[in-house]
Design a protein around this ligand. Structure first.
Ligand code: NGS
Length: 397
């Protein structure tokens, strides 16, 4: 009897031990998964494969949870998620016969296009109820017409849950009204290294391309909410600066080459510019660098919708302060470094989680800050003589 009990006890202990070991090993493997640099040629090949519409299929979520689990950082309380899914695509056979979606701007009474921005912060479960017609991962497409583009809306993020909730609640209604096939990606920078807005955009691009054959990318600050439906979230043959008129700046463009806030790129333009730079740690400069990439590398000029259309409300409350200004931003920006040496081809990150929440896909990553000495050696940058007067704008919270 005693021996039988002891055997059962030893048996249970070994199972618990083995399970714990398995859990620790899988967690470690996941943490150490380093993404290799992006190879433009091979990815172009991959793109043509993923464009094959015969691959389209729908896979049901394997696991649904209504509570947060410890390994998810940040944990979005009351947000439901699945850990594995293929983004549902419109059925190519059925949709071929549908008319092209055409969100037309015909009415002379422009006031009908003005959006009423909701300013109430709801818990995630309520936001999900507001948008119960979207697919996992924050994906939606019109069901009665055929879209010509597949939009990945990519948000850089760290610790701004109030802003995210307001943004999501508003943007889903906005994009649905424009009849777009879209998916929302939130790229969270885990850890305490300086925030790198531009590198997070590249991460969003790289991870999005693994999931769906996107051909239009909109890179978005989480605190900007569009106010006019005529500001259509589509990509054209030139990169577009979308956030021209922001309420905080009295709906005026701050300076003519401003390219921050919200930008739109076709797949070929984004790849042609080698994406965003990865060398701007902290506040400032990365958007100006992207502007220079468009003109110098892509040899294009940017485009903008008219100022009365490209209007945004900036969410300013909830104690957010922008990160520390990058003291090296001017040195990098004006160095005329070779854009082939930095961009999507040098974007490195540790991917912790890819989580398909109901209203967005979260890509949780750690970026490792590169010291300015390393950056300047890698990009062959020599320090500039201090300029007499540099006009920059420093945004307050
Ligand atoms: C410029 C910054 C940009 C920034 C813009 C507007 O001075 O990165 O101000 O900032 N360029 C440099 O610092 C080189 S805002 O007021 O919107 O935060 O986007």
């Amino acid at each position: 009897m005693f021996y039988t009990r002891r055997t059962v006890f030893v048996f249970i202990c070994s199972i618990v031990f083995l399970q714990a070991l398995y859990y620790i090993i899988t967690l470690q493997l996941k943490k150490n998964q380093t993404i290799s640099p992006y190879d433009l040629t091979s990815d172009k090949e991959k793109l043509s494969v993923s464009n094959d519409t015969t691959l389209i299929q729908k896979i049901e979520p394997s696991f649904i949870s209504t509570t947060s689990i410890q390994t998810l950082v940040p944990s979005f309380i009351k947000a439901t998620y699945v850990l594995a899914i293929n983004l549902t695509r419109p059925d190519p056979v059925v949709f071929k016969s549908y008319p092209v979606c055409n969100f037309s701007i015909s009415n002379n009474d422009t006031s009908i296009y003005r959006v009423t921005v909701s300013k109430t912060i709801h818990p995630f479960d309520v936001i999900e109820k507001h948008h119960d017609d979207i697919d996992w991962g924050g994906h939606w497409f019109p069901k009665t017409c055929r879209t010509e583009q597949r939009l990945a809306l990519i948000i850089c993020y760290r610790n701004r849950e109030f802003h995210l909730k307001l943004f999501l609640d508003n943007i889903h209604s906005f994009l649905k009204q424009q009849q777009l096939d879209y998916t929302i990606f939130v790229v969270n920078q885990h850890g305490t290294d300086q925030f790198n807005r531009a590198a997070l955009f590249n991460v969003g691009f790289l991870e999005a391309m693994k999931l769906y054959s996107f051909d239009c990318f909109i890179f978005h600050d989480v605190d900007l909410i569009p106010e006019d439906l005529r500001n259509v979230y589509k990509c054209g043959d030139r990169p577009r600066h979308m956030s021209v008129a922001v309420d905080k700046f009295n709906y005026k463009l701050l300076y003519s080459t401003l390219f921050g806030g919200v930008t739109a790129f076709s797949l070929s333009d984004f790849v042609g510019a080698n994406g965003y730079p990865t060398v701007y740690w902290g506040w400032g400069g990365e958007d100006d660098d992207m502007y220079l990439r468009v003109s110098r590398k892509l040899k294009k000029s940017i485009t903008r919708y008219p100022i009365e259309i490209a209007r945004y409300k900036m969410i300013r409350t909830y104690n957010h302060t922008s990160g520390k200004a990058n003291p090296h931003r001017h040195d990098i920006l004006y160095s005329k470094y070779d854009y082939n040496r930095d961009g999507i081809n040098t974007t490195r990150y540790n991917l912790h989680e890819l989580v398909f929440y109901k209203t967005f896909t979260m890509i949780n990553v750690t970026l490792t800050e590169e010291r300015f000495e390393q950056i300047s050696a890698r990009l062959n940058i020599t320090k500039r003589k201090p300029a007499k007067k540099i006009k920059t704008i420093r945004r307050k919270a």
